[in-house]
Design a protein around this ligand. Structure first.
Ligand SMILES: Nc1nc2c(c(=O)[nH]1)N[C@H]1C(S)=C(S)[C@@H](COP(=O)(O)OP(=O)(O)OC[C@H]3O[C@@H](n4cnc5c(=O)[nH]c(N)nc54)[C@H](O)[C@@H]3O)O[C@H]1N2
Ligand SMILES: Nc1nc2c(c(=O)[nH]1)N[C@H]1C(S)=C(S)[C@@H](COP(=O)(O)OP(=O)(O)OC[C@H]3O[C@@H](n4cnc5c(=O)[nH]c(N)nc54)[C@H](O)[C@@H]3O)O[C@H]1N2
Ligand SMILES: [Mo]
Length: 764
């Protein structure tokens, strides 16, 4: 292999295809329902579309692979949304990527294609190997594939030279076995997508409330007086959340939307399923939109807390009996000046006071957030500021109130619960060791950014990915590519073709696996798996479609086979894969809160994992109290002429999977290589929409360049710009990460915009 394949995510480069329309004012509704059906039918045909869409999120169906938002009582016939349906259709596509496809397309040839094209080719059907010096993947038997991995592991001088990545669709059963395998082998090198996602939430909340998860249930939305939605675009990324917000609103809740963009989903909403009832009206959602500057949230929290202090909207009894650290936060907040808050947020004192008064009147407030908070330098501390605000009013551990990080991947929370973590607690490890008769390593493993660094330094023999698309999801594409090319063997367990199959180690394997929608039949018969949603409810998921190929294997079977080939322990790993009940029995004894797992998980709608703040208003911190944590405001100034860029999702993608080239709600069609920019900022530069620019990012004296982006005038604060992930990942500096969580700062990239070819910065 030449080793210089295009590592960058690319988009079909037809600039004339860009159509700019007015951003939509209503989310969902008939266009969403139409898009759902058309998308489904074009990928799967009519019969399969109806069959799959009627079994998503039903008690005996499969869990939607779209997002981690919880299901209501599984009552409606169609519990799905437009983007969930796209995720399902994408997996259940009728197209196939077979060995002859790989014979016809060299790796170099595939690397020239866009990410959109790669995904469109269909489901992977056979295990494939890319041998050193070869330009094409060739078919390999499952046995030979595992022998190859086992030989690599055995020849490696340390278990820590192997790295095991996980994306967030993996089931609890597969994830539990996978971490048991890695720890039996002797490493905690288990980076996961969470490192790039809600790691900041986990770290932040662990310190403040003693659990790294949210504290609300879906039912709480029906009892909230105020719901604050910060740094989140639910209309696109968690469409079913809009139903919960609409219901809350009908019951009298006020909604405060904090976002640099006026995201359509929070403006007006029309339930896609209502159109079947011939109800044509839409409903407004957000009562206030605080159009904050990127990175201004910590200052906003100080402003909102100032108002709570001034109006004495405090739960004094709760603060006194159940918390620690209030006084120092109070002092910090008082000493923050309004002028500073106004500069950092770009909002007026009046706007913040209006929202603050709304909160002060509330008896029960829920704060929701996603990537707009976590992917910042101060990702951990800003979440602790949100927690300060919520704790101040006692909005936790009572009906209708609490903290609600809205998770991304459908089982990312479950994977962490069952042990996918590079820095597991001693309590977790000692219980695992006792139940499974192993001696887990205690030294922490590498997270995503550290994994890239370790690979670049030549310290990795094996990089094994359980799902995901590492090269495109990670920051600093070129640095990641350099790392991957340095590894002896890279392995991708995947459902669809992606760029991570093209930027590889010396030898590379593709192991094709079953998806959520598909039947999983093992020796003892048909299996189901279990998953945990964003609100800590664990339930079953069972696919019903015929697998895309007879050569596909379940992730559980793949881990069992890998362990059998690579380890010389006495556990009968294959036997565990014959009947997943046996894995769940092992989980019952190895995991806190999983007692009687097999019984409890089959109760309709599943069961809730223990959550002390929510269940009993208690906090599992060293002193048993909830902690207020004080932070200085971050410096959000940037040099003159620079812009702050956030990298966000369009309406037609699932992370690195590009379904189509449009962003319907934002009115952008046909091109993804675009920059959303403030119109006044554009006039200042003498630019108009459709003008082409090059982007250069700056970090600690390093510059990264990406050429050929098309401008779109948009309602975004001055000085801020937005681009789509993954195309813009090449501009995210590897070392620019959040303090404590080490999450790449994908929402804070300092950039300049240049005329094409201008400037002395090279595109690498
Ligand atoms: N259809 C679909 N569904 C998905 C996904 C998908 O790609 N497609 N991805 C899944 C995954 S893994 C995740 S993590 C979630 C992601 O869900 P989101 O977090 O909603 O995803 P992003 O597009 O990254 O949007 C971040 C939002 O934060 C705002 N924002 C950016 N910077 C700031 C800031 O400094 N302050 C504030 N207040 N707001 C800011 C942006 O304008 C945007 O609205 O969605 C999940 N669901
Ligand atoms: N710049 C920038 N970068 C980001 C983000 C951002 O907002 N901005 N967001 C970050 C976030 S929040 C996340 S979560 C990560 C996502 O990072 P990843 O989880 O690594 O990426 P995905 O795009 O979700 O992975 C898609 C691939 O997963 C495989 N797949 C799908 N379903 C299955 C399955 O059931 N089993 C297996 N084994 N494989 C499957 C398919 O082959 C598909 O190509 O990206 C992060 N990167
Ligand atoms: Mo995510």
């Amino acid at each position: 292999m030449s080793g210089r394949e295009n590592a960058r995510a690319t988009t079909p480069p037809d600039r004339n295809a860009l159509k700019i329309k007015k951003p939509k004012s209503v989310a969902a509704g008939i266009p969403a329902a139409k898009s759902t059906m058309l998308h489904g039918i074009s990928r799967m045909g009519i019969t399969k579309t109806i069959k799959t869409l009627t079994t998503v999120n039903q008690p005996d169906g499969f869990d939607c692979p779209g997002c981690a938002w919880p299901d209501p009582e599984h009552s409606t016939m169609f519990e799905f949304c437009e983007n969930g349906a796209k995720a399902v259709a994408d997996e259940a596509t009728n197209k196939r990527v077979t060995p002859s496809f790989f014979a016809n397309h060299s790796v170099q040839n595939l690397a020239e294609k866009s990410d959109y094209w790669l995904n469109k080719q269909g489901r992977l059907t056979h295990p494939m190997v890319l041998n050193p010096g070869s330009n094409n993947y060739q078919e390999i038997s499952w046995n030979d594939a595992f022998d190859l991995i086992a030989t690599n592991i055995k020849q490696s001088t340390s278990p820590d030279h192997s790295i095991f990545y996980t994306s967030g669709r993996t089931s609890n059963e597969a994830a539990f076995l996978y971490q048991l395998f890695a720890r039996t082998l002797g490493t905690n090198n288990m980076p996961d997508c969470s490192n790039m996602c809600h790691e900041s939430s986990g770290r932040g909340l662990g310190e403040t409330i003693g659990i790294g998860k949210g504290t609300v249930s879906l039912e709480d939305f029906n009892h909230a007086d105020v719901i604050v939605v910060i740094g989140q675009n639910p209309g696109t990324n968690h469409p079913r959340m809009l139903t919960a917000l609409r219901d809350a609103k009908r019951l009298g809740a006020k909604i405060i939307h904090v976002n640099p963009l006026p995201e359509t989903g929070l403006v007006r909403f029309k339930h896609p399923q209502d159109y079947m009832k011939m109800s044509l009206g839409s409903e407004p959602l957000a009562d206030i939109h605080l159009q904050i500057k990127i990175g201004g949230d910590a200052a906003l929290m100080h402003g909102l807390m100032k108002v709570q202090l001034e109006l004495d909207a405090l739960d004094h009894e709760f603060i006194k009996n159940s918390t620690q650290g209030f006084d120092s936060v109070k002092e910090a907040v008082i000493s923050t000046r309004w002028s500073q808050i106004e500069i950092d947020t770009g909002l007026t004192r009046f706007q913040i006071e209006t929202a603050g008064r709304m909160m002060a009147k509330s008896n029960s407030t829920i704060a929701c957030w996603a990537m707009g908070l976590t992917q910042h330098k101060n990702g951990v501390s800003v979440i602790q500021e949100v927690s300060n605000l919520i704790l101040m009013g006692g909005h936790i551990g009572k009906k209708g109130a609490g903290l609600c990080p809205v998770r991304g991947h459908s089982n990312v929370q479950g994977d962490r619960t069952v042990g996918i973590w590079e820095r597991p607690s001693e309590a977790f490890l000692s219980r695992l060791d006792a139940a499974c008769g192993i001696e887990s390593p205690r030294e922490h493993g590498v997270d995503v950014v550290e994994a890239i660094q370790q690979m670049r330094d030549g310290g990795a023999d094996l990089f094994f990915c359980m799902g995901g698309n590492f090269i495109s999801a990670t920051p600093d594409t070129e640095a990641t590519a350099e790392g991957l090319r340095n590894v002896k063997l890279t392995v991708q367990v995947s459902t669809k073709l992606n760029r991570s199959h093209l930027v590889t180690g010396e030898t590379a394997l593709i192991l094709p696996c079953l998806g959520r929608t598909e039947m999983d039949i093992q020796e003892s018969g048909k299996q189901f798996v279990t998953v945990e949603n964003s609100m800590g409810i664990v339930h079953t998921s069972e696919g019903s479609l015929r697998p895309a190929s007879t050569h596909l294997r379940s992730e559980v079977w793949i881990v069992s086979s890998l362990a059998t080939a690579a380890l010389s322990d006495t556990r009968d790993w294959m036997d565990l894969s014959h009947n997943y009940d046996q894995i769940r029995d092992l989980m019952s004894s190895a995991l806190a809160g999983f007692e009687d797992y097999n019984v409890r998980v089959t109760t309709p709608n599943g069961f809730a994992l223990p959550n002390p703040p929510r269940d009993t208003r208690t906090f599992d911190t060293p002193d048993g109290k909830a902690h207020f944590i004080e932070h200085a405001l971050p410096d959000v100034s940037v040099p003159d002429g620079n812009y702050v860029m956030m990298t966000i999702r369009s309406h037609d993608q699932y992370n690195t999977t590009i379904y189509d080239l449009h962003d319907r709600y934002r009115g952008v069609h046909g091109n993804r290589r675009i920059v959303l920019m403030n119109a006044t900022d554009m006039i200042e530069r003498g630019w108009k929409s459709r003008h082409i620019v090059d982007i250069v990012s700056h970090y600690e004296g390093e510059n990264r360049r990406s050429d050929g982006w098309q401008l779109v005038a948009y309602d975004i604060p001055r000085g801020n710009i937005a681009t789509y992930f993954p195309e813009a990942n090449v501009l995210v500096p590897l070392n620019s990460t959040a303090e404590k969580s080490n999450t790449p700062t994908s929402k804070w990239i300092v950039c300049s915009l240049l005329e094409p070819g201008q400037g002395n910065f090279e595109e690498e």
